[in-house]
Design a protein around this ligand. Sequence first.
Ligand SMILES: Cc1cc2nc3c(=O)[nH]c(=O)nc-3n(C[C@H](O)[C@H](O)[C@H](O)COP(=O)(O)OP(=O)(O)OC[C@H]3O[C@@H](n4cnc5c(N)ncnc54)[C@H](O)[C@@H]3O)c2cc1C
Length: 390
Amino acid sequence: MGDATDLVLERVDALLHAHPPATTEPAAFWAAQFDAGLAWVQFPEGRGGLGLDRELQGVVNQHLAQAGAPRPEPVNLIGVSMAGPTLFEHGTPEQQDRYLRPAFTCAETWCQLFSEPGAGSDLASLATKAVPDGDAWVVTGQKVWTTMAHRADVALLLARSEADQPKHAGLTYFIVDMHAPGVEVRPLRQITGDAEYNEVFLDEVRVPDTQRIGPRGAGWRVAMSTLMNERTGLSAAIGAQRGAGLIRPALAAWAQVPEAERRAVDRDRLARLVIEADILRFTMERSAQAEKRGVPGPAGSMIKLGFGMVGQGVAEFCLDIGGAAAALVDHYDMLQPDRFTHTGDEELMDGNVAKGFLVAQSLTIAGGTTNINKNILADRVLRLPPEPRP
Ligand SMILES: Cc1cc2nc3c(=O)[nH]c(=O)nc-3n(C[C@H](O)[C@H](O)[C@H](O)COP(=O)(O)OP(=O)(O)OC[C@H]3O[C@@H](n4cnc5c(N)ncnc54)[C@H](O)[C@@H]3O)c2cc1C
């Protein structure tokens, strides 16, 4: 690892020297980062990586952040955190050459067409149909909660291609052009007032077979790889050191309270949150080690569960110690944002506490609900017997 770390650090220095973040346009910086193999270091050379251990991406990101470099995730979270790794694992070389660079530079932004009105937690029961027609597929159905679809150029789509197969076996995975005829995006307003996500209607959309990722009927396996990669996004949000990431707004809010007004009960709450954030970070590190040893585990569910609980605890803490003023919102216009609000921590840090609190409510739903993660832990970690049927 030592030599590999030296190599990436040399590359990071060279990148920062040739493209100082303060004077370089973000898109130009991301293009240079991709070409230097520092986009996804685990990918092969020429495709945004250096063929190194995935963990080294954390080292790269940390050094770039310290130098004030822009990150593409707020603009294109799904492209960078999910589409890139899914294409790396399951895409054809042609698909990788076509899509990886524009995803990282944000020249093309992505969304994820998985959830449907009748298929969220039980994703495998989805009903959007993909019917083969010559060298293409005809896709018809309705998706929902599609984050950033109003800005997206391309989408990851999971659809039912084999009506006669059991539900998990009947799915195929595609890349869909969001500007193709038959794709309609309608905004859905959230509790925050914004419409960051949407409904997407697909009416006989033609998708060339070259846009299929993985074999016909193997969509579930490809989708699992997409969902596993959501964790990478979480690790950035959780933060690599004590005091960074998810817990940061709580510490910042506490620092604003004058010494004489600090109540023991709030100090106790804060201490608990800091400990929980630490446990979350250690669990994340342990799971990365286990993954390296090839030991698969349900750590992703544990991390997602803790992430929602700590994130909401932090937002609640900020709202409570901010007093009545923190509950005010300055407007309730429906915005369709250009960037993800993500965890709400930016809003909390900016003093937009009520909005940050509302955004945080989604942390126990998006990317797998708390109930579902508890089910997985009950099943796979605690080995509890299934609930008796009445
Ligand atoms: C902010 C946000 C952004 C999102 N972005 C996207 C996106 O970009 N693309 C996309 O495809 N989807 C997206 N989603 C959808 C998300 O994946 C789903 O909301 C999630 O999987 C839950 O599905 P559901 O909303 O249909 O709830 P349901 O599955 O209907 O669940 C309703 C309630 O029942 C509980 N429940 C369901 N089944 C069980 C069970 N077996 N045991 C115990 N309890 C159960 C759930 O925990 C939940 O409390 C987003 C959601 C949010 C909130």
